[in-house]
Write a protein that binds this ligand. Structure first.
Ligand code: 1HN
Length: 359
């Protein structure tokens, strides 16, 4: 018998030999409850399933066609003053419609700001990033830096940074918020501090000034180290251009670029990772099974996804989720490239030392 089969048998023997709650006398179980203690062994395998986790998270597709009218209606029903942030959050079906999470660590919501509206400043322990979905003329101010919002841009508000939103345009602006909020709630660490609006510095944001080109950063004096989060905005125009150039020269490899801190090369935020993806016309992508959970936001294009055998038909501005170790297949049947942004928790898992990929 080969050694792995032997180990399998031993594991099965262990599984079957663990005692169950029903094996314990009723009065003993009552006494345990009184003492607020519990027997581990009936629950051992739930806490530590064999070989791979059993995620609570399931997969779902949220179409923009369904969310957009609901969000615009929220714009009529609830003034921004009554909402602070006018958001419809995406709820993992496995956790129910009031759950503010799409995976164990990731929160996603669609936010609406109408012309002339302002959302007041606050800062909080979770980090956020916004992917701009629709509209012109809105901006976010992060620690005094005014960041214009253009479709497809990623704008960061790292934990602890003041941020408020405003809108100088004519049409509704909608963006997708991604936060590591569920993690901070699990940590009993989520809170915010509120303030009024910020006065922006009178200069373009650092993506327009210091960080125009990959590989070029401003020299630093010893007494002036780089800011911890030097670049808060990643303009979509540059991301798409970079993906298209990569696609010309990397054969049939996946066309993917990670959003990183230009000073350190680390992920742009500590917990959440953001990866821009291009699916070539006709391309099918089968990434490895990853220990990280993810959500995919479609910047442009249409196609199909199979997540653990469940299929989704996605199109521009849709969003879909994937649990940890999901078997994922993405396909672009069209004649134009499709562009997606994958939001994931790989940076967290790498910091914890357990990020893993399997074939
Ligand atoms: C938040 O601060 C924003 O600043 C959006 O726009 C969504 C969801 C939960 C907690 C804080 C924002 C949020 C949030």
């Amino acid at each position: 018998m080969d050694p792995t089969a032997k180990i399998d048998l031993r594991i099965r023997a262990m599984t079957t030999s663990l005692g169950r709650l029903e094996d314990l006398p009723q009065d003993y179980r009552a006494a345990l409850g009184e003492a607020m203690v519990g027997p581990l062994w009936p629950q051992m395998r739930n806490a530590l399933p064999h070989h791979a986790p059993v995620p609570v998270t399931t997969t779902r597709l949220w179409t923009y066609a369904q969310i957009r009218p609901l969000l615009l209606e929220a714009g009529k029903l609830t003034p921004v003053e009554k909402a602070e942030r006018r958001v419809l959050f995406l709820a993992d079906p496995a956790r129910g419609p009031s759950s503010m999470q799409v995976t164990s660590t990731l929160y996603l919501g669609m936010q609406l700001l109408l012309p002339g509206e302002k959302a007041p400043a606050h800062k909080h322990t979770p980090s956020a990033a916004r992917i701009i979905v629709e509209g012109q003329g809105a901006y976010t101010i992060v620690d005094g830096e005014k960041l214009p919002m253009q479709e497809g841009d990623i704008i960061l508000t790292p934990g602890g940074c003041w941020h408020d939103h405003g809108h100088e345009g004519q049409e509704p602006v909608i963006w997708l918020d991604a936060l590591d909020l569920p993690l901070f709630i699990t940590l009993d660490g989520s809170y915010a501090v509120e303030a009024e609006l910020q006065a922006p510095r009178n200069r373009p944001d650092s993506s327009q000034v210091e960080y125009r080109a990959a590989g070029l950063v401003p020299p630093r004096r010893r007494d002036q180290p780089a800011p911890k989060f030097p670049q808060m905005r990643y303009p979509w125009e540059r991301t798409e251009g970079a993906l298209r150039h990569l696609a010309l020269h990397n054969g049939q490899e996946a066309v993917e670029l990670d959003f990183v801190n230009p000073e350190t090369g680390e992920s742009c935020l500590p917990v959440m990772g953001f990866t821009a993806m291009m699916l070539r016309p006709g391309q099918t992508l089968r990434p490895p099974l990853r220990s990280s959970s993810a959500a995919f936001h479609v910047v442009r294009g249409s196609g199909t996804a199979s997540i653990n055998g469940q299929s989704h038909h996605w199109t521009t501005k849709d969003t879909f989720s994937a649990p940890t170790f999901a078997r994922i297949e993405l396909h672009n049947p069209g004649t134009e490239p499709a562009f997606l942004i994958r939001i994931h928790d790989t940076p967290l898992q790498e910091k914890l030392g357990y990020y893993e990929e399997r074939a």
